[in-house]
Structures are given as C-alpha cells and as structure tokens.
Write a protein that binds this ligand. Structure first.
Ligand code: GLU
Length: 528
C-alpha cells in the first residue's frame, strides 16, 4: 500500500475515534476449546480497547446449533480469567446492549431480515438441497448470484402471491442477500490497507433460515456489531473473505456512517512455518495449542493446555502478543500494562506468524526469573508436600533461590532439587565410575572429620577451612569436590557444594558423607 493511502486510512481511523467511544468485541462460536489463535485475537482486542479507553464486549455467536458444544462457553470464560484478560460487557458480564448470546436475540434479527426484504435487498429462496445439488452438477462452478438466480426457485422468479402461499403452507425457505454485480467493494483494513473486491465474485449469501428460525453468521454479526456500537472489528484473517459482504450489508441497512474499521490479523503458522497451525502440530511436537486443558465431551479426547502444562499466564500473554505484532524495538518482555501502551494495531504483520513454541518456553523461563522467590516457592511448596516432605516455607524459598534459574517450569524443580529434601537413595553409576577414586573414601573421611570440628557451618567458613586443608594436603580440588558432591547429591549435578552443605546443615551433611563412605566403595567394587 502507498504511504499516502496508509496515512489516509490512519487519519480516517483517528477521526472516527475522536467522534465515537472505541468499542471492540470478541465473538467466539462455542464449538469447542478456544484455539490459541482465538486467544490472540481476544488479546489484541483487549489491548486496543484499553489503550483507547474503550470497551471490550464478549459476545457468543451460537446461531449454528449443529456446531454447539456444551461447556465451550464456560471454557472460554475460564481461559480469559486465567490469562487476566478482562471484558467490560457481555455474556456473564452484563451491560446495556444485551442479551449478548445470539441465540437469545432471534426475534430481533427477524425484524432486520424483514427490513432487507421490504427494501428489495434480500429475497426468499425455496430451492431444496437436492435442487441445489442438481444445479451444481449441471453448471461447473455454480454460484447463486446474478447469473443464476433467475434460474432458481425464489421470490424473484415467482409472483408475490405464490411466494406468500408457499410460506403460508409452511414450506421451508431461506432469505438470500441480493448482491448487485458490477460493483467495486472497498474494505478499509488497518493492517492490510484498502482491499478492493469485485461484487461479481460474491454469491447471494444466505442470511436467514426458516428451518431453525435463526439468522446465519453474516447477518447476526453485522446487526450485532451495529447495535452494540462496535467501532473496530479485529479478527482472524480467515474472516477477510467475509468482509466485502459485511461492507455491503452495512450499506444495505444504511449504516455506512458507523461502519467499523476492520483489522484482519495474520494467521498462526506451523512451527516449521508452512501451513496453518493445527492441534495435530501440538500433539506431534508436544506443545499445547489451547489455553486450558480441554476434555471433548463427544469424543472424550483430552487436549493439553498451557495452564496444565505449567506456563505462567503472563508468559502466555507476552508470547502471544508478539505473534504477529512487534513493537519495532528489541524489547521482548512486556507486562500486560506495558503491552497496552506499546501495542499498535497498524504494526501487525500481514504475513502469517510462525508459532515458535520454543519461544513460548523461553518466555516462561524469563518470567520464572522475574518472579520473586516467594511467588515460586508458593507454587513449589505443594509439590514438595506431595512428595511426602514436610519443609518450612523459608527453606523451600532458599532452594528456589538457588535453583530457579536452571528451569523453565516450576514442575521441573522437584526432579532437580529433591536431594535438598531427601538423601540420595542410590548413587549414579556413571558418576561413581568417573568421580570416586581409590583414595576418595579416605579423603572424604578426612573431610567429614574436618567439617565435624566446625562450629560455624556457614558457606564462607566451610569454604575457607576446606580450601586450606586441600592446599595443605596438596589434594586435587576437583577430586575432593566431585566426590563430596556425589556423597550429598548422589549425582554429579547441582549448585555450589557449600551452598548445598550449608543448606543441609552439619548433621545431615555428616550423615550423608559417612553413609556414602560406607556404601560407595561397595557400589564401586561391583563396577570394577
Ligand atoms: N463467530 C466468529 C468466530 O467464531 C466471529 C468472527 C468475527 O469476529 O466476526 O470467530
């Protein structure tokens, strides 16, 4: 897009905003678990609303009763609660534009359908599914439009009396939108610029079905956006093909002046970067694509969620915010409030955004570091207790302080830190083979005697005495420290040795040392 056109669109957009309070909506269909792309859409709507002092509306688009899944609405609400994304109005939040569930707005939609019928902008169609199928077989690329509608059974090809008679007889019908050919439709998109589409390629979309007395997505969506005074429609790229029809509908109703600005967000792509991200990619590569774990009520299938996988909600929000938008700087860590300030819808990319789940893990690690030891300790404490260990909060916090920079998730702490709380039950064979020398038992006995003589068991004091002894005896420091580690930890890993011994305290350190001096030689002799 040219800079001029871009400026013009931004200008118009600002001008519109000056007049009307910004109102955006997130309008999911309750057809199952909310995909992570939907979460990002809601997040961008939230950021946009907050930064413009506007409102975010939560609307449920449930006009397709066949696709309704029980529990989906609750799931969506719980997801946003967990993520800290708050709505101002809508299902479960109340507000002056309700009801916010489309299935509760049937009567209202009927009057709008009638309005289009009366104005000749829509018409009744009685074609049965079989007739439509026959036509599809007869005409290659059949589309219900200006070229074909006069060959079909509808109110344009029959007398008003016949049409009314059929309706009175209870014959099922749909109402179709009459798309005039030869028009150029201009969609102003804050991300994509001006998108121009020829009306000839559009078909006469069904707006209403008598069978279930419900409007289709297109009609309900436009009527609600209008009545709910929505100023900006921010949604996934998959809805871009519907936008020209939506523009025409606004026009047909005479609402062009208050037509919202559109912003169609880029697709989320597979981690490999090709094709749309799917649930199967998550299963294949082992990462969640849903905010919360989801139990499909029909199939019983369970899909993993970010929450249950141990992600921090802040990390998920931060990760998603940068999938398809960037601040134009190197900054990567943003709190929700910082995002509100930095977010700029016009800086969203048009091209799809690769779902780099490794980056999601990286974000979780960063938030682990950012959070206080107390916060992490609160999350870690139940895990410690579940492993049958009764420890004070203070000691759990000390362990967290030593170890949190080594993990990405709280759940990874226990396997790494259990030795702080329980003595090793066995010694890692590989480490024994590598680190336990023929003279280690003797050195460790000397070390135990030395430590036993210390009154001050602080890190510094232990270190000073041990270093002097090693120097005096001309031992290799590596030999001593590696064997010492093996006795306390059972394996060749962990933080600084004196951090460990100081934490364990004198009694426990000596107990582990003496036990290891007895047991490891037996283990080692088996290996020999
Ligand atoms: N009900 C649609 C969905 O499930 C809403 C699309 C829109 O935002 O217009 O995403």
């Amino acid at each position: 897009m040219t800079t001029f056109a871009q400026n013009l669109i931004s200008y118009l957009h600002l001008f519109k905003m000056a007049e009307r309070k910004v109102r955006v909506r997130f309008a999911p269909s309750p057809t199952g678990a909310l995909h992570i792309g939907g979460v990002r859409t809601a997040l961008y709507n939230y950021l946009f609303a907050r930064q413009h002092g506007g409102d975010l509306v939560f609307r449920i688009e449930d006009t397709d009763s066949h696709r309704f899944v029980p529990g989906a609405e609750e799931y969506i609400l719980e997801s946003f609660k967990w993520l800290g994304i708050q709505f101002d109005e809508g299902v479960s939040f109340g507000g002056e534009h309700g009801p916010y569930r489309q299935s509760e707005r049937r009567v209202l939609y009927k009057t709008y359908v009638q309005q289009l019928l009366d104005a000749g902008k829509a018409y009744y169609a009685f074609d049965t599914p079989e007739e439509l199928e026959a036509k599809r077989n007869e005409l290659k690329n059949f589309q219900y439009d200006a070229h074909t509608r006069m060959q079909m059974r509808n109110s344009l090809t029959m007398t008003p009396e016949e049409c009314q008679q059929r309706i009175a007889d209870g014959e099922q019908y749909v109402v179709r939108f009459l798309v005039e050919p030869g028009r150029e439709i201009h969609v102003q998109d804050l991300i994509r610029g001006e998108v121009i589409v020829k009306s000839d390629i559009l078909d006469d979309k069904v707006l209403y079905k008598s069978a279930d007395e419900l409007p289709t997505y297109h009609l309900a969506n436009i009527v609600d956006d209008h009545l709910m005074e929505i100023t900006h429609v921010i949604r996934g790229e998959e809805w871009l093909p519907s936008a020209p029809l939506h523009v025409l509908l606004y026009e047909a109703f005479g609402w062009t002046d208050t037509m919202p600005s559109f912003a169609h967000l880029p697709l989320l792509l597979k981690p490999e970067g090709k094709g749309k991200l799917s649930k199967r990619d998550g299963d294949r590569l082992g990462f969640p694509v849903f905010p919360l774990e989801w139990h499909d009520p029909k199939t019983g299938e369970v899909s993993s969620g970010f929450r249950e996988s141990g992600y921090f909600p802040e990390a998920v929000v931060n990760f998603l915010a940068l999938l398809g938008w960037n601040p134009g700087t190197d900054q990567e860590i943003f709190s929700l409030n910082e995002l509100v300030d930095a977010f700029d819808i016009t800086r969203c990319s048009k091209a799809g955004a690769k779902y780099d789940y490794q980056k999601g893990i990286w974000f979780n690690h960063e938030y682990m570091l950012q959070k206080s030891d107390d916060e992490i300790a609160d999350l870690f404490a139940p895990i410690v207790a579940n492993n049958g260990v009764d420890e004070s909060m203070d000691r759990i916090r000390q362990v967290v302080h030593m170890m949190k920079d080594r993990v990405d998730f709280v759940k990874e702490l226990w396997p790494l830190c259990s030795f702080f709380f329980v003595a090793p039950l066995e010694y890692d064979m590989k480490t024994v083979r590598k680190r336990w020398k023929p003279y280690s038992a003797e050195q460790m006995t000397e070390l135990a005697d030395l430590l036993e003589g210390l009154d001050d068991f602080s890190i510094e004091n232990q270190e000073q005495h041990v270093m002097n002894w090693v120097k005096e005896k001309d031992y290799k420091l590596g030999d001593v420290m590696n064997a010492f580690r093996l006795t306390l930890v059972g394996i060749g890993k962990g933080p600084g040795m004196f951090d460990i011994s100081a934490f364990l305290g004198k009694n426990e350190t000596l107990r582990r040392l003496r036990k290891a001096i007895e047991e490891i030689p037996t283990v080692a002799s088996h290996l020999a």
